[in-house]
Design a protein around this ligand. Structure first.
Ligand code: PLP
Length: 421
């Protein structure tokens, strides 16, 4: 069981909801910082432990800066993400550039910023060299284990994944880069998303540890860090358990002692690129009920839509919903909770048991702090919502204003302002 708490009492949340224009996102600074510290504490045995927070999960400089102050780096996959990290004070090797299908100018920008470049493909060796006319001192490769790991049902199928260098290419990748004069090497993989089974993470560590030994033997290259990627899941459903990270850490240490130490590869730095587990549980989407209607089913229509949070519509993802002020009421009604897009899949929940809801009620959608606002879009000319941070001192500050009509049309050229092409 995972408890679905609010960062403030129902009364205080209601006051905020009345005061601020809904819909809006609220992030809980204290909980984000405590989670980040706990992650570091649990892996304090691991040499050079660091989490490069995946910027795409919540690309807001206030959040990035907060994590930077906790010693986190940033995992970027585009030029704007690189620039946002820099603007948040996360620079140089504190940035991991893990991209795929990468434009040459982004390799160039990452190199010039001193970011660690993580290559997704063997052909990117040449693309990178053409782009930067130099050889970086550090390079990392993303590994795709392919059929080697299809035996495990929880993995999905790496053979179908567009990412990474294959098992038969990986040795050549390091040999080529060593030849070119690269001095420091990393090894990356990311083969899961939103995983709750810790043994999967442990097996990924085993795979990378063993691969470090193979790379040492076959390419004569010593890997200095492994990057475990992101993918640690969060319990979106109250009946789910979060991953037991303490256990994962213990089992990874055992493997480190069994595989890395005897191979004389200690110290080997261990890093992650987790986004979801860091901010996911600590972000809330607050929305107002505009309509309650009874058709062939009962519907609760919100002022938020999948343009604000698309995970339920995109993946059928569960997000827990709390009706503010009705914590003592029984969940004896069943609703589809919808947004206003002209798309029937614009639903936050289907057949959800909730207390009886009236027009004007406020709903809080939980676990929206990662891949929430950042996945937003403008379909139906829906405008993106504001983001607020609940600070440790209890104050609430706006960290992104809501989009306006002027913002929305600012890239258009009309009324005499037509651009000649
Ligand atoms: C998305 C992504 C992450 C973050 O994943 P989470 O599930 O948010 O932890 C990290 N690294 C890469 C390369 C990614 O694509």
């Amino acid at each position: 069981m995972s408890e679905k708490n609010l960062p403030l009492g129902h009364g205080e949340m209601l006051e905020l909801a009345y005061e601020l224009a809904t819909p809006f996102y609220l992030y809980d600074e204290k909980a984000i910082v405590e989670g980040a510290r706990q992650f570091k504490r649990l892996f304090s045995w691991a040499p050079g432990f660091k989490n490069y927070y995946a910027v795409k999960a919540c690309p807001n400089p206030v959040i990035l800066k907060l994590l930077g102050q906790e010693g986190f780096g940033a995992d970027c996959s585009s030029l704007p993400e690189l620039l946002l990290s820099k603007a948040s004070g996360i620079v140089g090797e504190q940035i991991m550039f893990t991209s795929n299908d990468t434009p040459a100018e982004e390799f160039k920008a990452a190199y010039e910023m001193g970011a660690i470049i993580n290559l997704d493909d063997i052909t990117h060796i040449d693309t990178l060299e053409e782009a930067i006319s130099a050889v970086p001192s550090t390079i990392c490769f993303r590994y795709n284990p392919g059929p080697e790991r299809t035996g495990n049902a929880i993995i999905g199928n790496p053979v179908e994944a567009k990412y990474g260098v294959t098992s038969s290419q990986i040795i050549d990748c390091y040999k080529i880069m060593k030849e070119k004069g690269v001095k420091h090497f990393g090894l990356h993989t990311m083969v899961a998303s939103n995983e709750l089974d810790g043994s999967y993470i442990v097996e990924t560590a085993r795979m990378l540890f063993e691969l470090c030994v193979r790379i040492q033997k076959e390419a004569g290259v010593r890997i200095e860090f492994i990057d475990m990627g992101g993918g640690i899941g969060i319990p979106y459903r109250p009946e789910q358990e979060g991953m037991d990270l303490a256990e994962v850490s213990r089992r990874m240490k055992d493997l480190y002692d069994q595989i890395i130490v005897p191979a004389s590869l200690d110290p080997l730095k261990i890093v992650f690129e987790c986004g979801r587990m860091i901010t996911g549980p600590h972000g809330y989407l607050v929305s107002k009920v505009l309509h309650v209607s009874h058709k062939y089913k009962d519907y609760v229509g919100l002022d938020a839509s999948m343009a604000n949070l698309m995970r339920p519509a995109l993946y059928g993802a569960y997000h827990h919903i709390t009706v503010l002020g009705k914590d003592a009421s029984k969940s004896d009604h069943r609703y589809d909770v919808t947004g206003s897009l002209c798309e029937n899949n614009d639903k936050f929940a289907i057949d959800r048991a909730l207390p009886e809801i009236q027009k004007g009620d406020f709903l809080v959608i939980h676990d929206a702090g990662a891949h929430g606002h950042s996945m937003g879009f403008n379909y139906n000319a829906k405008l993106r919502s504001a983001e607020y941070l609940l600070k440790r001192d209890g104050s609430v500050v706006m960290i992104r204003r809501a989009q306006t009509y002027d913002d929305y049309v600012s890239t258009l050229r009309f009324d005499g302002a037509l651009v000649e092409v």
